[in-house]
Every structure is written in structure tokens, then in C-alpha cells.
Design a protein around this ligand. Structure first.
Ligand code: ZN
Length: 578
């Protein structure tokens, strides 16, 4: 394992800015060194335990100038491993490839623009992680491939029919990872679609992220858990809603090992049927409730008027409380926005009303389109807006590769469905869940609130203290060890005056704020767990009541939507008969 990145630069050249941005993103210390360091690594500030990065053309120039003969320069010899990236067609690159792969026919070649199906090795789970064994079709603009047919010391990790797109060569006792894509991803660029699709950036991102996760295992903050949950939007609690058969869903969840959160519309608070409530009670380990808007009008959380959002937030929680009192069913204080629409202002309002996180498919607010960057969505949760966590969820059509890449990054695995996805008795849904469960990366299926409470990062410091980074407003820290552990917890909070108190298992603890971070410390005894909750002030106060006419419109809209969902199985049955 390496602790630092050393980036080789040509004389008077700067390190590749996209590489250094990615190293900064993963919190990997790095240092740029000039060619002089190749033969005299004494200039490096911490010469032990580093990984070396260089572009393939630069390595090619070094080879072409005859600087390297039989043995590797000391800078390469001392590196834990070497990552060579950024291909271009040149004789120097071919010479490097022939030396590293030991194949006299090895060379770099350009891929034809268009798209190409890529295969990922299933023999190197240590590096390919959750993506092992998958196939992904990716767009090709300016991409290169390595042709090394006669090599015996070169293994393919990602390839297409044209050649190798990421591989590892064992040369002179060192591992050289070769990623010939011409560019690296720009993590500061806005996300192009409404969600992040790794296929669009595959060759410029996946090889490097795989390599970093393998090589800097103890440096990159790691997620405590690989939480997963299936979310079904909209159903009212009755045994059948549209194509959703709750009884069957409960059976499937046990048979196929998954959990399911119903994104419950609070407007339905007094309409739950006792049979469905009983089913939820019996399957409390598999079925849970989260909050889906309030009235489920499309834009209720997409407006910029904080008074309106405050009213809807408080009304949603009041209705969920009444539902809990009527049915005895608990719920998670997690907001799932109707139709994915939210404004940048809505997140602060949710935070100050006691929601612990939002879960959403769309990544940017409606009033700041394309404002979420690749870096924002690569984080465990998007924390850009009011420091309130938005955990991203995905449709199955995004493909298993997108869920797998999220897992490689340490993000939870959250799947969104609607009642229509259960038309075939839920077969497509469980087929997809089976594929996720067969990834070489065990998922921990939990209720949605528990996924949020376990979705934090943890790093063991050299002094034996665990450093925890919170994203949502609540976390659970278990200590399975036989002795007490000390934890330092931090969370980004740029408006500290909004914090009322921090509770550890119900008792307030002292915290301090510094440079936009809130920190506090705690001990967790052997085989104990601590539940952390940040309580925020209700800065938005009591809301005005909505007019009767507005409430009437909401009711009309809800009955119409529900009638439409309920009619679909009937329409399908009738059309099947004719
Ligand atoms: Zn909905």
C-alpha cells in the first residue's frame, strides 16, 4: 500500500491538472518531481511508500532518449507500483510498451470513434472490485488501446475487441498499470445528464479509480458499510397498489435477500389499510417507510419560496407522526422528492426541520441546473447545498455497472422503482436485485434510514483513533471490538449558528467549530454502539396554513393520480382479454 503519489513531470512541465484534482479529491498527498528525480530520488520528501504516476508519452520520451537500458531507474524501482496513463501514438510509447510487456509486437493504436463494448476481468477482484466480470458499452472519441499479443507478462483488466484498454505488466519485479485513454476525467466538470453515468467517462475514469482504491487503501477515507435498499415510490399502504402486491413483495424480499422502503406520500396518512399495516409489522426487518414529498404535487419542493417549503416540510412530518400514532409504524426522516424535483433552498429547510437526509435520482436543483459536478456526485452524498446530504439513487436502466461504480466509490446502492415496474409480478425487479447481490461485493440490505445512518466514512489514524466523517444528520457507530475505541467525528457545517446541539445516544456532547467543520469526540465501549444525532434549530418557525382551495386541488390531484395507477392493472387485464 502506498501513502503518497509521486507525479513525474517533464522539465518545466506541470503535473496533469486532472490527475492532481483527482488525487486531491481522494485526499491522497502528492508531489510533482522532475526528470532529474528518476535517477536521484533523494529529492522526494518521503521516499518510502509511494506510487509513481507518469504519462505514457513522457515515459516514451525517456525511453527514446536511451535513459533506460536493462534496469529500471531508482525512482521506478522504489515505487510500490507505477501508473502510466494518457496515450498517444508514438514510437517512444511503443518502445516502453515492448519493454514493460516483454512483447516485441506491443504497440499503441487508436480506436475508431463510435462506441465499443468493454469487458472487465473477473480474475482480479482486488483491483476491479464490484465491476469485476461486467460488460459495458462505452462511447469512443479519442481513445487508445494496447496491442500486446505475444506478451506473457501482461494481463488485461479491461479490454474490447480492438485490444486492451487497461492492463498490468509485471516488469523487473514491479507492477506497471497501463491506462492508454488519452485523457483523465475532469472531476470539477458539471454532470451532463440529470444523473451521473459512468459509461460516458468510462475509460478516462475507471482505470484510475480502480488503481487508486487498490493502491491507497489506507489513505482514502473508506465507507463504513455497503448499504442497499430498494425504494418503491408512491404506494398507499394497502395490500395492492397498482401492480404492487405488498404480500408478494414481502415474500420476494425474504427469498431474494433485499429490503424495501415505500416512499410514502404523507397526504395518505389516514388511508392505510389494517391488512397492509399488519404486513409491515410482520416484516419490519424488510419493509420500511420513508417520506415522499407531502402532497406529492410535482414542484412542492422545487419552489424557491422557503415559507412554502417550510409549510410542506412541517406538514409532511406532522402527517407522518399521525400515521405512526394511528398504525404504530415507524418511518425514516428521509425525504424523497416527488419527480426528483428540488430547489437549492429546499435542503436547508429540510435540515432545520429534522430530516436526516434526502435521497434522489436527479443530482442538481431545478434552480441551479447542471450545478452538481462529477466530484459532488462521487462523494458519499452530495453535500453542496446547505451541507445537507443528498444520497443518490438509480433506476435499473442506469445499468449494473453504474451501481458497481458507485460501490467502488463507497456510495450506497439505492434502487428506485414505481408500481409499473412490478407488472410481471416483480420478476424484472428481483432479476436486477439478484444481479446486484451477485457482485463480488456483499451488500448490506437495510431500511433506508439505517442505510443513511451507516453511510459515513471511517479512517483509522496512526494513534489508534478512528476518524469519522458524517454526511447525513444521524449516524450509528458500532464498536464490535473487545475494548473501548476513541472516535473523532467531523461534519461539514458552514453555518454553525444553525446547530442546536449534538446528541450521543440521547445525551448532549460538546462540539467545536473550525474552518467550516464541526468536530466532537466520543468513546464507544466494547460491543456497544453510539447513535449520533445533530439537532438543528428550527430557524424557519411556524408556517401559515394553506388555503382551503389549495387543499381541495391537492385532494383532487391525489385521487386522480391514484385512480390512474390503480386502473393500470385493470386496463392491462382487459386488453389482455381482447
Ligand atoms: Zn412519486
Amino acid at each position: 500500500m502506498a501513502r503518497k503519489a509521486v507525479v513525474l513531470c517533464g522539465n518545466a512541465e506541470l503535473p496533469d491538472p486532472y490527475l492532481t484534482q483527482i488525487l486531491d479529491f481522494f485526499e491522497i498527498p502528492w508531489e510533482g518531481v522532475s526528470l532529474a528525480a528518476l535517477f536521484d530520488p533523494r529529492g522526494i520528501s518521503t521516499p518510502e511508500s509511494y506510487a509513481l504516476f507518469s504519462t505514457l508519452p513522457l515515459m516514451g520520451r525517456i525511453w527514446k532518449e536511451g535513459a533506460v537500458s536493462g534496469t529500471l531507474p531508482p525512482l521506478l524501482q522504489r515505487a510500490k507500483s507505477i501508473f502510466l496513463f494518457g496515450g498517444e501514438e508514438s514510437q517512444g510509447t511503443d518502445a516502453v510498451l515492448q519493454f514493460l510487456t516483454g512483447g516485441s509486437d506491443a504497440r499503441i493504436a487508436r480506436l475508431d470513434p463510435g462506441e465499443t463494448p468493454c469487458s472487465i476481468s473477473d480474475k482480479h477482484v482486488d483491483i476491479c472490485g464490484p465491476l469485476s466480470g461486467l460488460r459495458v458499452t462505452v462511447p469512443v472519441r479519442l481513445e487508445f488501446t494496447i496491442l500486446a499479443n505475444s506478451s506473457t507478462q501482461f494481463e488485461r483488466l479491461i479490454w474490447s475487441k480492438e485490444g486492451c484498454l487497461f492492463g498490468v505488466a509485471a516488469c523487473r519485479g514491479k507492477q506497471f498499470y497501463l491506462a492508454p485513454s488519452s485523457t483523465l476525467i475532469d472531476v470539477n466538470a458539471p454532470v451532463k445528464k440529470t444523473y451521473f453515468d459512468i459509461a460516458d467517462y468510462f475509460l478516462s475514469a475507471v482505470p484510475l479509480v480502480m488503481y487508486l482504491q487498490l493502491t491507497f487503501r489506507g489513505v482514502i477515507p473508506r465507507s463504513a458499510d455497503n448499504g442497499a435498499c430498494l425504494i418503491v415510490d408512491d404506494p398507499a399502504l394497502r395490500t395492492h397498489y397498482g401492480f404492487v402486491d405488498l404480500q408478494r413483495l414481502a415474500i420476494l424480499s425474504a427469498e431474494h435477500r433485499f429490503t424495501c422502503s415505500i416512499a410514502f406520500i404523507p397526504w395518505n396518512w389516514n388511508r392505510s389499510r389494517s391488512s397492509a399495516v399488519e404486513l409491515f409489522r410482520r416484516h419490519a426487518d424488510r419493509l420500511s417507510l420513508s417520506i415522499h414529498g407531502c402532497d406529492h404535487t410535482g414542484g412542492e419542493f422545487a419552489v424557491r419560496n422557503t415559507a412554502v417549503i417550510n409549510r410542506q416540510s412541517k406538514l409532511a412530518l406532522a402527517r407522518m407522526e399521525k400515521h405512526a400514532a394511528l398504525t404504530g409504524l415507524p418511518y425514516d426522516r428521509v425525504m424523497i422528492f416527488p419527480q426528483g424535483a428540488f430547489s437549492s433552498a429546499s435542503l436547508g429547510v429540510l435540515k432545520h426541520n429534522g430530516f436526516i437526509a434526502a435521497v434522489n435520482t436527479e443530482v442538481s436543483p431545478t434552480d441551479q441546473r447542471r450545478s452538481a459536478t462529477v466530484g459532488d456526485v462521487w462523494r458519499l452524498a452530495i453535500l453542496k447545498y446547505a451541507d445537507f446530504a443528498i444520497y443518490t439513487r438509480r433506476y435499473s436502466f442506469h445499468g449494473v455497472h453504474n451501481f458497481a461504480f458507485d460501490l467502488l466509490l463507497g456510495k450506497p446502492c439505492l434502487i428506485v422503482t414505481h408500481h409499473a415496474d412490478f407488472q410481471d409480478g416483480g420478476r424484472d425487479v428481483v432479476d436486477f436485485i439478484d444481479r446486484l447481490n451477485s457482485l463480488p461485493f456483499p451488500l448490506v440490505w437495510r431500511g433506508l434510514g439505517d442505510v443513511v445512518r451507516h453511510a459515513y466514512q471511517q479512517r483509522l489514524r496512526e494513534d489508534g483513533t478512528y476518524q469519522i466523517r458524517m454526511w447525513g444528520g444521524e449516524i450509528l457507530i458500532p464498536n464490535p471490538a473487545a475494548h473501548t475505541h476513541h472516535f473523532v467525528v467531523e461534519k461539514r457545517e458552514r453555518t454553525p449558528e444553525g446547530i442546536e446541539r449534538v446528541d450521543v445516544s440521547g445525551r448532549p456532547v460538546a462540539f467545536h467549530l473550525d474552518g467550516g467543520q464541526m468536530r466532537f469526540e466520543l468513546e464507544v465501549g466494547p460491543k456497544q454502539a453510539a447513535r449520533i444525532r445533530i439537532a438543528y434549530r428550527d430557524t424557519f418557525g411556524a408556517p401559515p396554513k394553506a388555503a382551503w382551495s389549495a387543499q381541495f386541488k391537492v385532494a383532487a390531484r391525489r385521487y386522480l393520480s391514484e385512480g390512474r395507477d390503480e386502473a393500470q392493472p385493470l386496463i392491462r387485464w382487459i386488453s389482455g382479454k381482447t
